[in-house]
Design a protein around this ligand. Sequence first.
Ligand SMILES: Cc1ncc(COP(=O)(O)O)c(C=O)c1O
Length: 386
Amino acid sequence: MNLFDVYSLYDIEPTSAKGAYVYNDEGTEYLDFYGGHAVISIGHAHPTYVNKITDQLNKIAFYSNAVINGLQKDLADKLEQLSGLQNFALFYCNSGAEANENAFKLASFSNGKSKILALQNGFHGRTSAAVRATDNKKIQAPINQGISINYLPINDIAAFENELKKGDVCAVIIEAIQGIGGCYTCDDDFLIQLSSLCKIHNAFLIMDEVQCGYGRSGDFFAFQQSGISPDIISMAKGMGNGFPIAGILINEKVFKAEIGMLGTTFGGSHLACAAGIAVLEVIENEHLVQNAHNMGEYFKEKLLQDIPEEIEILGRGLMIGIKFPYTTANIRKELLFKHHVFSGSSGNPNIMRILPPLSINKSQIDQFVEKLSIVVSKIQKTVAIH
Ligand SMILES: Cc1ncc(COP(=O)(O)O)c(C=O)c1O
C-alpha cells in the first residue's frame, strides 16, 4: 500500500535516539535542535519516561473515560504545582488542533457567539475551526471557510479593540510566541490590554501554548511573563515528549462544566497520562524550565557573538528564531546533510527556528553555533564570488 504523499521528506531515517541526539541505522549521529517540531521536551528516550511508560503498559494501557482513571488527576495536580496556575480544570485530548477545536467549542457554547479573532501568521492546527483560525489559505478547504474570522497584526491592540467593540467576537486565539510565524513574540502590554478588552466585550481569550508552552519559553507557559489569566490554555507537543497527549486548561471562574459538552475516546488514557507524568517529573527534577531560560540567554549571546552575519534573534528561552538577510533553506540543508544537525524552518523563508530539547547544555549549543557559523561563512563566500 502507498503512503498518502503529503510531505516532502528528507532522505534520513532516524531509528534510535538519546537525549539531544538521533541516530540512523548506520549509527550516524545527528544533533537535534528541532525536537521533532518542538515535541521533544525532556530529551529522547529519557529513562524516567521509558520506565514509567513501560511499567504502565504492563498494568493497563487504556480504558474508557466512562470509569475513573486516577492518573488523570495525578497529572492535573502535578501540572497545577509546576505551572503555578490555580482554579483551572483540565480536559484531555490527543493533539494541538483538537485542543484548540475544543477551546473554540467551549467558548462558543458559553457565550453563544461564533466569530474568531486570530493573529496574522498564526498557526493553530489543521482541523475545522483550528485551521480556519490559521492564517494560511493554502491549508483551508472550502468546508473550513464557513467560520467567521479576522486575522490581525501582532501587538496591534487598536485593531483588536476595533473588532471586539462590534460585540460579535466569540474568542480570540493567540500564540504568545508564534511558532511557524517565526518566533515573533507578543508584548506583555498587548496581552494585558487584550485580556481586559476580551472581558469587557464578552469574548474569551484562548492562549495557544501548544508550541511555546510546557517550559519552552523559560516560563512554564509563555503568556505567564505578562501576568494575565486567560480563559482557556491549549497545550500539546512537549506535554508527552512524543507520546500523543494534549489538553485544554479551563478557567473555572469563567466556565462551568456540563456533562456531555466535550468528549474523547483516547484523551487522558492510562498510557498517555503515564507519559505526561514522567515528563513533568523530569521537568521538575532537572529544573528544565530554568534551564530553558538560562540556555536561551546563553544561546542568544553566543549567536550574536559568533555568527559572521547581520542576524536578528527572535523568540524567548529555547524557542529561537534566527533571521538572516537571505533565505535559510540552504543553510538548513547544509547543516543537516553535511554537519548532521537538525533545525527548523518557519513561514518566513529568512527565519530558521531552533527548538532543541529543554535539557540542552552549553557544550551542545557551542557545537550548534560552531557548525552554523561554518555554514554561514561558506554561504557568504559563495555570495561574494557570484
Ligand atoms: C501553536 C500551534 N498550535 C496548534 C498546533 C497543532 O498541533 P497538532 O499538530 O498537534 O494538531 C501546532 C502544531 O504545529 C502549533 O504549533
